[in-house]
Design a protein around this ligand. Structure first.
Ligand SMILES: Nc1ncnc2c1ncn2[C@@H]1O[C@H](COP(=O)(O)OP(=O)(O)OP(=O)(O)O)[C@@H](O)[C@H]1O
Ligand SMILES: [Mg+2]
Length: 259
Protein backbone atom coordinates (compact mmCIF):
# COMPACT_ATOMS: atom_id res chain seq x y z
CA UNK A 1 0.00 0.00 0.00
CA UNK A 2 1.20 3.50 -0.77
CA UNK A 3 -0.17 5.98 1.78
CA UNK A 4 2.09 8.82 0.74
CA UNK A 5 5.10 9.88 -1.30
CA UNK A 6 7.57 12.39 0.03
CA UNK A 7 9.84 14.37 -2.26
CA UNK A 8 12.94 15.84 -0.66
CA UNK A 9 14.54 18.89 -2.27
CA UNK A 10 17.37 18.57 -4.75
CA UNK A 11 19.28 21.10 -6.86
CA UNK A 12 18.05 23.31 -9.67
CA UNK A 13 19.79 23.47 -13.04
CA UNK A 14 22.40 25.86 -11.65
CA UNK A 15 23.10 23.56 -8.72
CA UNK A 16 21.23 25.76 -6.19
CA UNK A 17 19.23 23.97 -3.50
CA UNK A 18 15.46 23.91 -4.06
CA UNK A 19 13.42 26.18 -1.85
CA UNK A 20 11.04 23.76 -0.11
CA UNK A 21 11.43 21.52 2.89
CA UNK A 22 9.50 18.47 1.71
CA UNK A 23 6.52 17.85 -0.57
CA UNK A 24 4.18 15.10 0.59
CA UNK A 25 1.49 13.69 -1.69
CA UNK A 26 -1.13 11.48 -0.06
CA UNK A 27 -3.28 8.66 -1.45
CA UNK A 28 -6.32 10.13 -3.16
CA UNK A 29 -4.52 13.35 -4.15
CA UNK A 30 -4.52 14.59 -7.72
CA UNK A 31 -1.75 17.04 -8.51
CA UNK A 32 -0.73 18.97 -11.59
CA UNK A 33 2.78 20.06 -12.48
CA UNK A 34 3.00 23.20 -14.58
CA UNK A 35 5.79 25.45 -15.82
CA UNK A 36 7.52 26.58 -18.99
CA UNK A 37 9.07 24.20 -21.48
CA UNK A 38 12.34 22.87 -20.14
CA UNK A 39 11.56 23.85 -16.55
CA UNK A 40 11.94 20.32 -15.22
CA UNK A 41 8.39 18.92 -15.11
CA UNK A 42 9.25 15.61 -16.73
CA UNK A 43 12.41 15.40 -14.64
CA UNK A 44 10.30 15.84 -11.48
CA UNK A 45 7.94 12.95 -12.23
CA UNK A 46 10.79 10.83 -13.55
CA UNK A 47 12.39 11.18 -10.10
CA UNK A 48 9.19 9.75 -8.64
CA UNK A 49 9.07 6.99 -11.24
CA UNK A 50 12.65 6.00 -10.46
CA UNK A 51 12.18 6.49 -6.71
CA UNK A 52 15.32 8.63 -6.97
CA UNK A 53 17.81 8.54 -4.11
CA UNK A 54 20.07 11.46 -4.97
CA UNK A 55 21.18 9.51 -8.04
CA UNK A 56 19.50 11.55 -10.80
CA UNK A 57 20.51 14.90 -12.34
CA UNK A 58 18.21 16.74 -9.90
CA UNK A 59 19.68 15.00 -6.81
CA UNK A 60 16.18 14.67 -5.31
CA UNK A 61 15.22 11.83 -3.00
CA UNK A 62 11.81 10.18 -2.90
CA UNK A 63 10.35 8.27 0.06
CA UNK A 64 7.45 5.83 0.08
CA UNK A 65 5.34 5.92 3.24
CA UNK A 66 8.06 8.03 4.82
CA UNK A 67 10.82 5.49 4.20
CA UNK A 68 13.58 4.87 1.69
CA UNK A 69 12.14 2.18 -0.62
CA UNK A 70 13.86 -1.21 -0.79
CA UNK A 71 16.16 -1.79 -3.75
CA UNK A 72 13.83 -4.58 -4.83
CA UNK A 73 10.89 -2.17 -5.06
CA UNK A 74 13.05 0.25 -7.03
CA UNK A 75 14.41 -2.32 -9.45
CA UNK A 76 11.70 -4.94 -9.94
CA UNK A 77 9.05 -3.56 -12.32
CA UNK A 78 6.39 -6.00 -11.11
CA UNK A 79 6.79 -4.68 -7.54
CA UNK A 80 6.90 -1.03 -8.52
CA UNK A 81 3.77 0.75 -7.30
CA UNK A 82 4.15 3.45 -9.96
CA UNK A 83 2.96 3.63 -13.56
CA UNK A 84 4.22 6.43 -15.82
CA UNK A 85 2.60 7.15 -19.17
CA UNK A 86 4.30 9.62 -21.48
CA UNK A 87 3.76 10.83 -25.01
CA UNK A 88 6.51 8.47 -26.09
CA UNK A 89 4.94 5.41 -24.45
CA UNK A 90 4.87 2.72 -27.12
CA UNK A 91 4.38 -1.05 -27.07
CA UNK A 92 7.15 -2.99 -28.77
CA UNK A 93 5.89 -6.56 -28.35
CA UNK A 94 4.24 -7.97 -31.46
CA UNK A 95 1.09 -9.09 -29.65
CA UNK A 96 -2.61 -8.43 -29.81
CA UNK A 97 -4.10 -6.15 -27.16
CA UNK A 98 -5.67 -9.22 -25.55
CA UNK A 99 -2.40 -11.18 -25.43
CA UNK A 100 -0.51 -8.16 -24.13
CA UNK A 101 -2.97 -7.60 -21.28
CA UNK A 102 -3.18 -11.33 -20.48
CA UNK A 103 0.60 -11.49 -20.05
CA UNK A 104 0.50 -8.49 -17.73
CA UNK A 105 -2.43 -9.93 -15.75
CA UNK A 106 -0.60 -13.25 -15.38
CA UNK A 107 2.59 -11.48 -14.26
CA UNK A 108 0.52 -9.70 -11.60
CA UNK A 109 -0.95 -13.02 -10.44
CA UNK A 110 -4.47 -12.07 -11.53
CA UNK A 111 -6.58 -15.19 -12.15
CA UNK A 112 -9.69 -13.47 -13.45
CA UNK A 113 -9.06 -12.92 -17.17
CA UNK A 114 -12.34 -11.02 -17.42
CA UNK A 115 -10.15 -8.10 -16.44
CA UNK A 116 -8.65 -8.10 -19.95
CA UNK A 117 -12.01 -7.31 -21.56
CA UNK A 118 -12.74 -4.74 -18.86
CA UNK A 119 -9.41 -3.02 -19.56
CA UNK A 120 -10.08 -2.79 -23.30
CA UNK A 121 -13.56 -1.45 -22.54
CA UNK A 122 -12.11 1.19 -20.19
CA UNK A 123 -9.45 2.16 -22.75
CA UNK A 124 -12.22 2.70 -25.28
CA UNK A 125 -13.79 5.28 -22.97
CA UNK A 126 -10.60 7.33 -23.39
CA UNK A 127 -10.25 7.13 -27.16
CA UNK A 128 -12.57 7.69 -30.10
CA UNK A 129 -10.75 5.16 -32.26
CA UNK A 130 -11.89 1.81 -30.92
CA UNK A 131 -9.37 -0.79 -29.80
CA UNK A 132 -10.40 -4.43 -30.22
CA UNK A 133 -9.03 -7.55 -28.50
CA UNK A 134 -7.40 -8.45 -31.82
CA UNK A 135 -5.73 -5.05 -32.42
CA UNK A 136 -1.97 -5.45 -32.63
CA UNK A 137 -0.36 -3.25 -29.98
CA UNK A 138 2.56 -2.25 -32.22
CA UNK A 139 0.26 -0.57 -34.72
CA UNK A 140 -2.07 1.21 -32.32
CA UNK A 141 -2.10 4.99 -32.76
CA UNK A 142 -0.49 7.21 -30.11
CA UNK A 143 -3.88 8.03 -28.57
CA UNK A 144 -4.95 4.38 -28.56
CA UNK A 145 -1.66 3.26 -27.01
CA UNK A 146 -1.88 5.80 -24.21
CA UNK A 147 -5.54 4.97 -23.60
CA UNK A 148 -4.68 1.29 -23.29
CA UNK A 149 -1.74 2.02 -20.99
CA UNK A 150 -3.82 4.23 -18.70
CA UNK A 151 -6.57 1.60 -18.49
CA UNK A 152 -3.93 -1.08 -17.89
CA UNK A 153 -2.31 0.99 -15.12
CA UNK A 154 -5.70 1.53 -13.45
CA UNK A 155 -7.09 -2.01 -13.66
CA UNK A 156 -4.35 -4.59 -14.17
CA UNK A 157 -1.33 -2.76 -12.76
CA UNK A 158 -3.66 -1.39 -10.08
CA UNK A 159 -0.85 1.13 -9.59
CA UNK A 160 -1.42 3.30 -6.52
CA UNK A 161 0.65 6.04 -8.16
CA UNK A 162 0.02 7.13 -11.75
CA UNK A 163 2.18 9.71 -13.51
CA UNK A 164 0.84 11.18 -16.74
CA UNK A 165 3.12 13.33 -18.89
CA UNK A 166 1.16 15.69 -21.18
CA UNK A 167 -1.62 13.31 -22.11
CA UNK A 168 -3.76 16.19 -23.32
CA UNK A 169 -2.14 16.35 -26.75
CA UNK A 170 -2.60 12.69 -27.36
CA UNK A 171 -6.03 12.32 -28.92
CA UNK A 172 -7.45 11.22 -25.59
CA UNK A 173 -10.70 12.22 -23.91
CA UNK A 174 -8.91 13.85 -20.98
CA UNK A 175 -12.10 14.68 -19.11
CA UNK A 176 -13.00 10.98 -19.07
CA UNK A 177 -9.54 10.13 -17.74
CA UNK A 178 -9.88 12.82 -15.07
CA UNK A 179 -13.38 11.67 -14.11
CA UNK A 180 -12.39 8.03 -13.72
CA UNK A 181 -9.06 8.69 -12.08
CA UNK A 182 -10.43 11.23 -9.60
CA UNK A 183 -11.68 9.62 -6.39
CA UNK A 184 -9.80 6.44 -7.23
CA UNK A 185 -7.80 6.68 -4.01
CA UNK A 186 -4.60 6.87 -6.07
CA UNK A 187 -1.92 9.51 -6.18
CA UNK A 188 -2.23 10.91 -9.69
CA UNK A 189 0.20 13.46 -11.09
CA UNK A 190 -0.46 15.26 -14.34
CA UNK A 191 2.35 17.12 -16.05
CA UNK A 192 0.36 19.51 -18.15
CA UNK A 193 0.23 22.66 -20.23
CA UNK A 194 -3.57 22.35 -20.31
CA UNK A 195 -5.50 24.84 -18.15
CA UNK A 196 -8.46 22.46 -17.83
CA UNK A 197 -6.33 19.79 -16.19
CA UNK A 198 -4.34 22.31 -14.15
CA UNK A 199 -7.52 23.85 -12.73
CA UNK A 200 -9.18 20.51 -11.98
CA UNK A 201 -6.51 19.50 -9.47
CA UNK A 202 -6.53 20.93 -5.97
CA UNK A 203 -2.77 21.11 -5.75
CA UNK A 204 -0.45 22.62 -8.36
CA UNK A 205 3.32 22.42 -8.39
CA UNK A 206 5.02 25.21 -10.35
CA UNK A 207 8.42 24.46 -11.87
CA UNK A 208 11.15 26.89 -12.95
CA UNK A 209 14.79 26.35 -13.99
CA UNK A 210 14.69 22.72 -12.93
CA UNK A 211 13.32 23.35 -9.45
CA UNK A 212 10.00 23.56 -7.65
CA UNK A 213 9.18 27.27 -7.51
CA UNK A 214 6.05 26.90 -5.40
CA UNK A 215 3.15 24.68 -4.45
CA UNK A 216 -0.28 26.29 -4.86
CA UNK A 217 -3.72 25.24 -3.72
CA UNK A 218 -6.70 25.95 -5.96
CA UNK A 219 -8.66 28.99 -4.76
CA UNK A 220 -12.45 29.39 -4.70
CA UNK A 221 -12.36 31.75 -7.69
CA UNK A 222 -10.32 29.17 -9.58
CA UNK A 223 -12.98 26.54 -8.85
CA UNK A 224 -15.51 28.81 -10.56
CA UNK A 225 -13.11 29.52 -13.42
CA UNK A 226 -12.60 25.76 -13.80
CA UNK A 227 -16.34 25.26 -14.21
CA UNK A 228 -16.54 27.86 -16.97
CA UNK A 229 -13.46 26.44 -18.60
CA UNK A 230 -14.94 22.94 -18.59
CA UNK A 231 -18.00 24.17 -20.43
CA UNK A 232 -15.81 25.95 -22.96
CA UNK A 233 -13.64 22.87 -23.31
CA UNK A 234 -16.70 20.71 -23.96
CA UNK A 235 -17.72 23.03 -26.76
CA UNK A 236 -14.25 22.93 -28.24
CA UNK A 237 -14.34 19.11 -28.01
CA UNK A 238 -17.54 18.99 -30.03
CA UNK A 239 -15.95 21.18 -32.70
CA UNK A 240 -12.80 19.06 -32.66
CA UNK A 241 -14.66 15.76 -33.02
CA UNK A 242 -16.79 17.15 -35.83
CA UNK A 243 -13.75 18.44 -37.69
CA UNK A 244 -12.02 15.09 -37.23
CA UNK A 245 -15.08 13.38 -38.68
CA UNK A 246 -14.85 15.59 -41.76
CA UNK A 247 -17.93 17.65 -40.96
CA UNK A 248 -18.22 21.36 -41.50
CA UNK A 249 -18.98 23.54 -38.53
CA UNK A 250 -22.34 25.27 -38.60
CA UNK A 251 -24.14 27.30 -35.98
CA UNK A 252 -27.05 24.85 -35.99
CA UNK A 253 -24.88 21.78 -35.59
CA UNK A 254 -23.29 23.09 -32.46
CA UNK A 255 -25.91 25.43 -31.04
CA UNK A 256 -22.95 27.27 -29.57
CA UNK A 257 -23.34 30.95 -28.75
CA UNK A 258 -19.95 31.95 -30.01
CA UNK A 259 -21.24 34.68 -32.27
N1 LIG B 1 17.19 20.14 -11.41
C1 LIG B 1 17.79 19.81 -12.56
N2 LIG B 1 19.13 19.66 -12.64
C2 LIG B 1 19.73 19.33 -13.81
N3 LIG B 1 19.07 19.12 -14.96
C3 LIG B 1 17.74 19.24 -14.95
C4 LIG B 1 17.02 19.59 -13.76
N4 LIG B 1 15.70 19.62 -14.04
C5 LIG B 1 15.58 19.34 -15.34
N5 LIG B 1 16.80 19.11 -15.90
C6 LIG B 1 17.09 18.78 -17.30
O1 LIG B 1 16.59 19.83 -18.11
C7 LIG B 1 16.01 19.34 -19.31
C8 LIG B 1 14.58 19.81 -19.45
O2 LIG B 1 13.80 19.31 -18.37
P1 LIG B 1 12.41 18.58 -18.59
O3 LIG B 1 12.45 17.70 -19.78
O4 LIG B 1 12.03 17.96 -17.30
O5 LIG B 1 11.47 19.84 -18.90
P2 LIG B 1 9.90 19.94 -19.06
O6 LIG B 1 9.41 20.95 -18.10
O7 LIG B 1 9.31 18.58 -18.99
O8 LIG B 1 9.75 20.53 -20.53
P3 LIG B 1 8.59 20.29 -21.64
O9 LIG B 1 7.42 21.13 -21.21
O10 LIG B 1 9.19 20.79 -22.89
O11 LIG B 1 8.29 18.83 -21.69
C9 LIG B 1 16.14 17.82 -19.23
O12 LIG B 1 17.28 17.42 -19.96
C10 LIG B 1 16.32 17.55 -17.76
O13 LIG B 1 17.04 16.34 -17.49
MG1 LIG C 1 8.36 17.33 -20.38
Amino acid sequence: MVRDITIMPGLDKAGVRENFSVITLCAGETVSIVGPTGSGKTAFITDIELLAQGDTSTRRRVLLNGEVPDDEVRNNPSLKPIAMITQKTKCFADLTAEEFLQIHARARGIKNFGIVGDTIELANKFTGEKITAESRVTILSGGQTRSLMIADAILIGAAPVILLDEIENAGIFKQEVLRIIHDSGKIVIFVTHDPVIALLTKKRIIMEHGSVKMVLYRSESEVRAAQNLLELDNRVSVIRENLRAGKTITKDLLAVNFY
